[in-house]
Design a protein around this ligand. Structure first.
Ligand code: NAD
Length: 260
């Protein structure tokens, strides 16, 4: 059922997005990559995915903080592949500081990339999904879409908002073969989390290993990171026919974080 379909995965040059792009590619889905990075490295990645999965791969450099560019990314996918069947809103950034010290421009950047970009891409992609009578929207939220932590006001607000958006889109598409759901990962060892590990190691004068162990012990009862491959597998499940009636909800992949 995935063969020949087209998926846009935002923020897929790294981390969880790349894990999801690989998982969908392995099913035979053509992929529109997006995200920042060295152009040569991205071209090498595109070539690797083409060979490894025997699918077509395109790339959009769209900046998810720019609504016009988000729409252009969707239009590029329609031009290249004839439509958008699967949309994974994954691009995201983090910044930590107490509310009183949180820079306004960081707040606006996080809301734009982690939340508003999903609104823009869904708005742009839905007409194509409705035309093709099928669609899957998967929003990558977070454990921080369900619970909060200190120093993450913008991120927690954006991820809670993303779960709200997920529910509205699911209701508006409920009587169609288009579904919209979210995945809420806990800690996944990606560059986004590595930076938090590095910052804590430098701040507390501890080793990388100790910093990782403390990060997990604070939130994730399994004491293990979830992996991009595991998140990719859940995204594939949400895109499968088994998930036809899973609508407007979220699946946590968080090692027990939000069970506490
Ligand atoms: P990452 O830093 O490894 O990857 C982020 C990706 O987004 C990269 O491809 C980057 O180029 C892209 N990106 C950043 N800003 C962009 C912009 N303005 N326009 C287009 N692309 C942009 O991070 P990750 O950990 O893989 O995070 C992916 C998603 O998963 C994020 O939404 C994040 O909030 C969420 N998440 C991550 C974790 C975790 O533990 N890593 C946990 C919960 C949720």
């Amino acid at each position: 059922m995935f063969k020949g379909k087209a998926a846009v995965v935002t923020g897929s040059t790294s981390g969880i997005g790349l894990g999801i792009a690989r998982a969908l590619g392995a099913q035979g889905t053509n992929i529109m990559l997006n995200g920042f990075g060295d152009r040569k490295a991205i071209e090498a990645l595109m070539a690797e995915l083409r060979v490894q999965y025997d699918v077509e791969v395109d790339y959009s450099p769209a900046d998810m903080s720019r609504p016009q560019q988000v729409s252009e990314m969707i239009a590029q996918c329609v031009d290249r592949f004839g439509g958008v069947d699967i949309l994974v809103n994954n691009a995201g950034i983090q910044h930590t500081a107490p509310v009183e010290e949180f820079p306004m421009e960081k707040w606006e950047q996080i809301i734009a990339i982690n939340l508003s970009s999903a609104f823009c891409s869904i708005k742009a992609a839905l007409p194509s999904m409705r035309r093709r009578h099928w669609g899957r929207i998967v929003n990558i939220a977070s454990a921080h879409g369900l619970v909060a932590s200190t120093t993450k006001s913008a991120y927690v607000a954006a991820k809670h908002g993303l779960l709200g958006l997920t529910k509205v889109v699911a209701l508006e598409t409920a009587q169609s073969p288009i579904t919209c759901n979210a995945i809420c990962p806990g800690w996944v060892l990606t560059p986004l989390v590595q930076k938090q590990i590095d910052d804590a190691a430098a701040r507390d004068g501890i080793s990388q290993d100790e910093s990782k162990a403390r990060l997990l012990a604070e939130k994730q009862p399994s004491l293990e990171f979830a992996t991009p491959e595991q998140i990719g597998a859940v995204a594939v499940f949400l895109c499968s026919s088994a998930a036809d009636q899973i609508r407007g909800t979220s699946i946590s992949v968080d090692g027990g974080w939000t069970a506490q």
